[in-house]
Design a binder for this molecule. Structure first.
Ligand code: ACO
Length: 379
């Protein structure tokens, strides 16, 4: 009988809190969030999401020519295999859009010419295609689930403007596009978060990019991760307006409820992304006439800071921004997918460039050794 090798030193941190589980050059949360060295605050100020997507995938901000070429390739890839739309239309109407996007990416893999090629170049081609295809799948399912005809894609719009157009069937204003664009930049990447780590674990077995992305979507869906942005408006609505918000929050905390959109495993004194997006959510709420939601949110923020020393994460303003933009709640986490596909793809290629199977150990807490009662074997 062979014995399992014992870990040299037993290190155990529940939820891997504080554990360095790998190296990355894609982003860091140390000293303010930076993507490939650039502070997100500056990326939000000077760049659009297509530029940041390029940065994620290729490691550098694009030159004007590289950006035009990237956008041309993405525009050309804005199409779905013919079988996908009937499949989406045949799904039960009440299926969660996150489940549908997971299924869609799985189906897309069967039609991707590079599916079995995990070279860095092929992975970038696949990532670009998913960057183009995921928004289409989200928007198509959105319309089909209402019995409506999906909006045909266009080739002349950047990622943020294009998605708004696909959902609404008409172009968004420049202010709306800018606000949505910033949210996509902020959602793009966040080092070893749960979904990115999931993608890295999957490809560390030498599985393929689509499998890593499908698994990452599953991880993102949970309400402790990306799913929180869909719960934010439930919180704001349940709080019952500015007058009731303080009492509601205190009562929820007394019942030990989690207030979705607050807290973070890494940021204990605030999430820089939430501060950036809050200004856009307030601006759009002003235009949309939903400022009462912002006032309510402000009171909840004050109470959470005072009572729990807890601060908003990115999902808190994102949920409100999307609401102010008139987007429906069940597509909020799929929007997160449309953005995070860039970070996942960057991490997948980084993992494969220096791969080692990710296989930690578990601390056994089961019964002591015991014998199976002897009896005659039967089939
Ligand atoms: N509201 C109220 N209490 C909270 C919250 C919250 N949002 N978050 C944590 N707490 C409390 C916990 O109940 C716990 O209290 P206790 O010690 O009395 O039992 C304590 O704070 C520590 O909680 P943990 O879950 O151990 O902290 P962790 O670092 O693991 O949690 C997490 C991080 C999962 C994000 C948590 O703060 C949470 O559940 N937040 C709400 C969900 C959310 O907004 N997720 C989005 C994350 S960001 C993103 O994906 C973009």
């Amino acid at each position: 009988m062979s014995a399992a090798s014992a870990p040299a030193t037993e290190i155990y941190s529940p939820g891997l809190e504080g554990v360095i589980a790998g190296e990355t050059a894609v982003s860091t949360v140390e000293g303010g969030l930076r993507y490939r060295g650039y502070p997100v605050t500056e990326l939000c100020q000077y760049c659009n999401f297509d530029e940041v997507a390029f940065l994620m995938l290729y490691g550098e901000l694009p030159t004007p020519k590289q950006l035009t070429d990237f956008q041309s390739r993405v525009s050309a890839a804005r199409k779905l295999p013919e079988c996908l739309r009937p499949l989406l239309a045949a799904l039960p109407r009440n299926v969660s859009p996150m489940d549908v996007i997971r299924t869609s990416i799985s189906v897309l893999s069967h039609f991707d010419p590079d599916v079995n090629d995990s070279s860095p170049e092929a992975n970038l081609r696949k990532a670009e295609r998913l960057y183009a295809q995921i928004p289409l799948a989200v928007a198509d399912q959105f319309h089909l689930s209402k019995g409506k005809t999906p909006v045909a894609p266009r080739s002349d719009l950047g990622a943020a403007a294009h998605f708004m157009y696909l959902v609404r069937g008409k172009e968004a204003t420049p202010e709306e596009v800018r606000a949505f664009d910033v949210s996509l930049i902020l959602y793009a990447e966040h080092e070893f978060n749960a979904s990115t780590f999931t993608a890295r674990v999957v490809v560390s077995t030498e599985s393929d990019l689509h499998s890593g992305v499908v698994a990452a979507v599953g991880a993102l869906k949970g309400r402790l991760h990306g799913g929180a942005n869909e719960k934010v408006m439930d919180v704001v609505n349940a709080a019952g307006g500015p007058k009731n918000a303080e009492a509601w929050t205190l009562a929820a905390l007394a019942k030990k409820e989690r207030i979705m959109g607050f807290g973070h495993r890494v940021y204990k004194s605030g999430d820089v992304r939430a501060g950036v997006l809050k200004a856009y959510s307030a601006q759009m709420a002003g235009i949309a006439g939903t400022s009462a939601a912002e006032e309510t949110a402000e009171i909840i923020e004050t109470v959470m800071a005072r009572e729990k020393n807890m601060y908003p994460n990115l999902d808190w303003p994102a949920g409100r921004l999307y609401h102010a933009l008139g987007l429906e709640i069940p597509i909020y986490t799929p929007i997160f997918v449309m953005s995070r596909i860039t970070g996942w793809a960057a991490h997948i290629n980084e993992q494969l460039a220096k791969n080692r199977l990710i296989r930690p150990r578990g601390r056994y807490t089961g019964p002591d050794v015991r014998s199976v009662p002897a009896k005659t074997w039967s089939a």
